[in-house]
Design a protein around this ligand. Structure first.
Ligand code: ADP
Length: 303
């Protein structure tokens, strides 16, 4: 089942900025989907269209198979904006009880529901503390708890960890992994590529309103060099290999040739063939998300 689908989604703002130029996107139930792109790519515009805060110029967007304008879809999603703005005079518990009421939780269940959520995001110890005394990491976790109040099937997160330190970031990632294990579909915009790499099943890379790439990391990742192991290397081959950018480690029985790029790897393979060297094994290195990202975007046109 498709939880999010956009077809030819276009948004041109007043003043003429083409923020989205025909976006086709599909996010399936239960997957964690990373939505990436440099500043100005159109990520926030996409989120606002999905949440029906703004209307598209052209094209369609649907959630759970229904247009985003459908009133019931809101009940099935949770949203954590980039900057969480919570009423500082509440305690964490008080705030969640307040939002539970707005989400339609029965009065008698509100305390239990908010305690359950505080426990889930690791804030039970600070339940009675004023929000004004919360650290940034605590605020972000409380924001997440608030986004989870209606037990959403889809969670939309806009740069959820950009303000967090590495410890808070890791805690946040662990909560996302728990939600993923429980079957929540998560749509996450983030600039922190290593984080996206560690939680996302699929990613899409957007630039200037156009989808550059979309798929699993395995699908998007090309070879990025290799380590070639050989048994015998004749002196002439050693000399020829030393003239390349490959790093040669000569050992008694085996030698390894480390190639940091696919171009160097191809050079090495060619030389080994020329010298008739038998290759023992090749361990290919796949591209990281950072390499995929920089390969996908045109840096000249990045604002
Ligand atoms: P991202 O979230 O990827 O940084 P945005 O969706 O915020 O990108 O912006 C995409 C483009 O649309 C940018 O060029 C931005 O300046 C422009 N834009 C965003 N919001 C508005 C708006 N309300 N009015 C006019 N232009 C906007």
């Amino acid at each position: 089942m498709c939880v999010i689908r956009t077809e030819n989604l276009c948004k041109t703002y007043r003043g003429g900025t083409h923020a989205l130029r025909g976006l086709d996107l599909e996010v399936r139930a239960g997957e964690v989907f990373g939505f990436l792109g440099p500043n100005g790519a159109g990520k926030s515009t996409t989120i606002q269209l999905l949440l029906n805060f703004i209307r598209p110029t052209k094209g369609t967007a649907s959630l759970f198979g229904r247009p985003t304008t459908h009133s019931r879809t809101r009940q099935r999603l949770g949203y954590l904006p980039e900057s969480v703005n919570l009423h500082a005079y509440y305690s964490g518990q008080g705030l969640l009880e307040f939002y539970s009421g707005l989400a339609g939780v029965e009065r008698a269940d509100r305390r239990r529901r908010s305690e359950e959520l505080l426990g889930r995001v690791g804030l039970l110890d600070a339940a009675g503390q004023k929000i004004s005394q919360y650290s940034k990491g605590m605020l972000q976790r409380l924001g997440l708890a608030q986004a989870l109040i209606n037990d959403p099937e889809l969670l939309i997160l806009d740069e959820p960890t950009s303000n967090l330190d590495p410890v808070a970031r890791r805690d946040f990632r662990d909560i996302l992994l728990e939600l993923k294990a429980a079957g929540t579909t998560i749509f996450i915009c983030s600039h922190i590529l290593s984080e996206v790499e560690s939680v996302c099943d699929r990613v899409a890379i957007l630039q200037q309103g156009e989808l550059k790439r979309a798929g699993t990391l395995e699908e998007l990742s090309g070879a990025a060099g290799a380590t070639v192991t050989v048994k015998q290397l004749p002196a002439g081959a050693i000399e020829a290999l030393s003239a390349t950018e490959a790093r040669l480690t000569l050992r008694g029985g085996e030698s390894t040739i480390a190639c940091d790029s696919e171009a160097v790897h191809q050079d090495v393979e060619r030389l080994l063939e020329e010298w008739g060297v038998e290759v023992e094994r090749v361990e290919t290195r796949m591209q990281s998300l950072e390499e995929i990202f920089f390969g996908a975007i045109d840096r000249e046109s990045t604002s």
